[in-house]
Design a protein around this ligand. Sequence first.
Ligand SMILES: *[C@@H]1O[C@H](CO)[C@@H](O)[C@H](O)[C@H]1NC(C)=O
Ligand SMILES: *[C@@H]1O[C@H](CO)[C@@H](O)[C@H](O)[C@H]1NC(C)=O
Ligand SMILES: *[C@@H]1O[C@H](CO)[C@@H](O)[C@H](O)[C@H]1NC(C)=O
Ligand SMILES: *[C@@H]1O[C@H](CO)[C@@H](O)[C@H](O)[C@H]1NC(C)=O
Ligand SMILES: *[C@@H]1O[C@H](CO)[C@@H](O)[C@H](O)[C@H]1NC(C)=O
Ligand SMILES: CC(=O)N[C@H]1CO[C@H](CO)[C@@H](O)[C@@H]1O
Length: 488
Amino acid sequence: MPTLIFNMFATRQLRYIVLLFLSLQVITFRCTSIPQELQTGFSATPESSTASFQAVLTDPSGNFSLGFLRVNPNQLALAIVHVASSEPFWVANPTRTASWSDTTRLFFNGSLVLSDPETRVSWSTATNGDRVVLLNTSNLQVQTKGSPLWESFDFPTNTLVQDQNFTSKMSLLSSNGFYSMRLGNDFMGLYDGNEYIYWKHTALETKAEVKEGMGPIYARVNPEGYLGMYQTDDKKPVDVQKFNSFQQAVTAASFLFVRLETDGNLKAYYWDGSNWLTNYQAISETCELPRSCGFYGLCTPGGSGCSCLDNRIRFEPGGCFSDASGDLCGKEGIGGNESGYWVLRRTGVEPPHKELLRQETVSSLAGCEELCQNNCSCWGALYNNATGFCYVLDSPIQTMLGTGDATKVGYFKVRKGEEGKNRVWVRVVVVVTVVVMVGVIIVGTGFCVRRWKRRRGVKEEEWASPGPYKNLGSASFRSIEMSSNVVG
Ligand SMILES: *[C@@H]1O[C@H](CO)[C@@H](O)[C@H](O)[C@H]1NC(C)=O
Ligand SMILES: *[C@@H]1O[C@H](CO)[C@@H](O)[C@H](O)[C@H]1NC(C)=O
Ligand SMILES: *[C@@H]1O[C@H](CO)[C@@H](O)[C@H](O)[C@H]1NC(C)=O
Ligand SMILES: *[C@@H]1O[C@H](CO)[C@@H](O)[C@H](O)[C@H]1NC(C)=O
Ligand SMILES: *[C@@H]1O[C@H](CO)[C@@H](O)[C@H](O)[C@H]1NC(C)=O
Ligand SMILES: CC(=O)N[C@H]1CO[C@H](CO)[C@@H](O)[C@@H]1O
C-alpha cells in the first residue's frame, strides 16, 4: 500500500516536472524563435556551430528567412532563402563574401549593415528607418512608419520571384558573374560579359503594343505561369513567355521564380509543395548555350558532344585554346596585318544565334574573309555559300555549331602563341603525372609484396572477405599484390 501511494505521488510529481519542463521548453522556444521584425539596436553574429544557414528574420508565413548562409566552408553571404528548400533568392553581397567568424556582424541602426573588419566587407542599406521586415513575397524592407525606404526587390541578384518587378534600370547577374539579363526598349536580352548578346526575346505585342514615349518596359513573373513584359497597363502585357504550368490552378502552396543560371540559361522553377520543378528554359538546345564547349569549341547538336574547331586538337573541358579576350588591335595586330594572329578555317560550321550577329551579303567566301581580315576588332567570319550571307564576329571566338553542311565555312583568327603555350603545359603535366604514378606504383608494390610475404600463411582467409568501401586504398594495393603474385 505505501509503495502504491508513493508510486502515485511519484507519477504525479513526475507529471508536474514534465509539465514544468514542457512550459520551460515553450518559453525557451519563444525566446529563441526567429523574429518577424528587427528594430534599432538589433545585432547578430554568425555562430560557429551553424551548419548551413542561421536565420535572423522570418516572414509571417514562415516560408522565407533572412540570415547568414554558409557559402564556402568559412565564408558567409547575407541571404534570403526559401526555408523548405534552402534555395537562396537574394544575396546582399553577391560579389564579395564575408568571413564566417565572430568579428562579422549584422546590425540595424536605421541602416541594415553587414560588416566584417577581417575581409573589409561592408554592406549597408544606407537608410534611416525604424524597422526591418520580410514580407510574405520574400521582399525585405527597411521601413519608416510602415512605408518602405529600401527593398531587396529593387536589387535583384540572379533570381526574380513571382510578382517582383524587373525594370530597365536593373540587371540579373549569374552567380559566377559571367552572364547578365537586361531589358531593352522592346526586348529582353541575355548577355555574355555584359557586352555580347546571345539571346534576345522581342515583345510579340499580341495583347498590347510597345508605345514610344510611354516609358520603359518592365518584366514580371506572373503566378499564372508566365514571364510577362509590360509597359503601361499592368493587366495587358506586351509579351507573354509561357511556362509549362501556364494557367494551371494557382494554389497557396505553389510559387514561381526565374533564375539566370551559371551556364547562361534563364530557367523558371515551380514549387509543387515539396520540390522545385523546372518549368521553362529560354535556351533548350545545349549547344546554343554560350561557352557550351568553350573558346574555339565545336558543338554538334543532337549528340556527339564537344570537339575543337581545330581538329588537330583534342577537346578538353575549358576549351581548345586558353582564354582569348579583348581584340587584336594591340601592338602586334595593328592595321590588321597577320603578325598578331594565325588563321583557322573549318567547313561545316555556323555561329549559334546568328540572327543576333552583324550580317552582310557578299558574293564569295573570299569577300567574306576580307571583311574580317583587315579589321582588327573582327575575330572571325562565317560564310554561307547558299545564301551569300557573311556573319562577322566581333567578339572572341566562342563555341560554334557543327552542321556538317559543307556550304558553310568559318574563318577564325587565333592570337599567336595561344597554341604553343597551352599544349606545352599539358604535355609537361602529363609527363610529370605519369612519372609520379609509376613511382608510386613501384614503391607501393614493393612495400606490399614485402608485407604480404610476411603475412602469408598467417591470415590467408582474410583475403577472401571483402573489405569495407572506405578501405578502397588498401583494397587496390591488395589487387596489386595479387597480380604481382601471379607474375611472380
Ligand atoms: C549605422 O552604422 C554605420 C556603420 O557603423 C554608420 O556608418 C552609420 O552612420 C550608422 N547610422 C546611424 C543612423 O547611426
Ligand atoms: C501575404 O500577405 C498579404 C497581406 O500583407 C495577404 O493579403 C496575403 O494573403 C499573404 N499571402 C500569403 C501567401 O500568405
Ligand atoms: C510592380 O509594378 C506594378 C505596376 O507599376 C505595381 O502595381 C506593383 O505594386 C509593383 N509590385 C511591387 C512588388 O513593387
Ligand atoms: C570593324 O569591325 C567592327 C566590328 O565588327 C565594325 O563595327 C567596324 O565598322 C569595322 N570597321 C571597318 C572599317 O569595317
Ligand atoms: C558556292 O556557290 C557557287 C554558286 O552559287 C557554286 O558554284 C559553288 O560550287 C559553291 N561552292 C560550294 C563549296 O558549295
Ligand atoms: C513557396 C512555399 O514554400 N510555400 C509554402 C508556404 O507555406 C505554406 C504553409 O505551410 C505551404 O503550403 C507552401 O507550400
